[in-house]
Design a protein around this ligand. Structure first.
Ligand code: LRH
Ligand code: MN
Length: 382
């Protein structure tokens, strides 16, 4: 693809940032406060809007309930739009209530399942109020010991709850189902992998699709193959981009394994060129889900956006016709080297062209540090 065509494709790449990525966050060991970290839903929106002003690539911000609960959703929506962003995916929270000890939607007790489902249904109502078209659901449920509960019984309870939630979705709204192979449960997880998520989404209907969080797989998992299969099945709804070395580390996307991120974006670029999968591939929600424990929040988010744009630009450079020819010829290394050629190409000139066309700083990371970092520390002191 020619550089100007790649710039045109990059202009269409919208990346949603997570409100929770702008606040102080940490591990169970400690939360290190960052002087300019956002403290309120409004400050988190303002920081997301600043990232959008500096990159022109992040027009929406995901919210998490109750972390971002406000009294007046109309005013909150208006504030976001006045700041230049829209509210994106609404994320229910099924992991921070004492009553969820044995689970939420899969809990043995009907009353607790009702409580959890009512929270998810409230998130559908919030999505309607703020103009969001996505409810992004991670179900943390599971067990810690063999025999603790009936694994098929838990699945049936989860499926029944999701059916009721699905019925509440208005047209035009999607339910993204996020899987994770372990944590906070350490023996079984009721929604552990893409297969279980796909099974549930097929049962629910076309408004339900699978969300791939890149930190939610066992070591060694071929995530780009999962992405390819979900695209082939019309089931890939979105991503929670981050990276990890060990477990669900939620580090900056592309920081640990940029070649993996490139391979994922290669599958997306290919699917967008294929009429059999382009509709699904065009509707993918590219969302970031990270926790910035020892670094600045806004500059970390900007670096994440740059890493995703870089990986996608390299993916768009893959010489498809040559690759198809070498696939047909069975030229193993010839085909492999077509990907290497693209991956090893410096796309920074293309990204500079993109930013000049979009009227944003040539280096948004440095622009943030030079023009905003100290101001925010002063404004948020005390
Ligand atoms: C779970 C998860 C989920 C969010 C949470 C912040 O690990 O990825 O997407 O709700 O992180
Ligand atoms: Mn996630």
């Amino acid at each position: 693809m020619a550089p100007e065509a790649i710039v045109a494709e990059l202009r269409r790449l919208e990346i949603e940032t997570p409100s929770w990525g702008y606040g102080n966050s940490g591990t169970r060991f400690h939360v290190f406060p960052w002087p300019s970290a956002a403290r309120t839903p409004e400050e988190r929106i303002a920081d997301a809007a600043l990232v959008h002003r500096l990159t022109a690539a992040c027009p929406t911000v995901a919210i998490h309930i109750p972390w971002d609960r406000v009294d007046d959703w109309d005013a909150f929506r208006a504030y976001a739009e006045q700041e230049g962003v829209r509210i994106g995916a609404v994320n229910p929270n099924l992991f921070q209530d004492d009553r969820y000890r044995l689970g939420s939607l899969a809990h043995p007790d009907e009353a607790v399942r009702r409580l959890a489902l009512d929270h998810c249904l409230e998130c559908v109502e919030i999505a309607k109020r703020v103009g969001s078209t996505i409810v992004s659901l991670w179900v943390p449920d599971g067990t810690n010991y063999p025999g603790q509960d009936d694994l098929r019984g838990r699945f049936r309870r989860l499926a029944a709850a999701l059916e009721e939630l699905y019925e509440a979705l208005p047209d035009g709204m999607r339910l993204l189902v996020e899987y994770k192979f372990f944590e906070p449960s350490f023996y079984s997880t009721d929604l552990p992998d893409w297969g279980t998520a796909a099974l549930l989404c097929r049962r629910l209907g076309p408004k339900a699709q699978v969300l791939v969080d890149t930190g939610h797989h066992p070591q060694g998992t071929n995530i780009e193959q999962i992405v390819a299969l979900l695209l082939e099945g019309g089931l890939l709804g979105g991503f929670h981009f981050n990276s990890r070395k060990y477990a669900d580390d939620d580090l900056i996307v592309g920081a640990i394994d940029p070649f993996e991120l490139f391979r994922i974006m290669v599958e997306i670029a290919a699917a967008r060129r294929d009429s059999a999968t382009s509709e699904t591939a065009e509707a993918i929600a590219f969302m970031i889900d990270q926790s910035h424990n020892v670094e600045g929040k806004i500059d970390a988010m900007i670096q994440s956006v740059v890493n995703i744009q870089t990986a996608y630009a390299k993916a768009l450079l893959v010489d498809r016709p040559k690759l198809d020819r070498l696939h047909a010829a069975g030229d193993v290394l010839g085909a492999h080297r077509v990907l290497l050629d693209a991956y090893e190409t410096d796309v920074r000139p293309i990204l500079l062209q993109l930013r000049s066309e979009l009227g944003v700083p040539a280096d948004p990371f440095e622009a943030y540090r030079a023009e905003h970092a100290d101001r925010l520390v002063r404004e948020r002191a005390g």
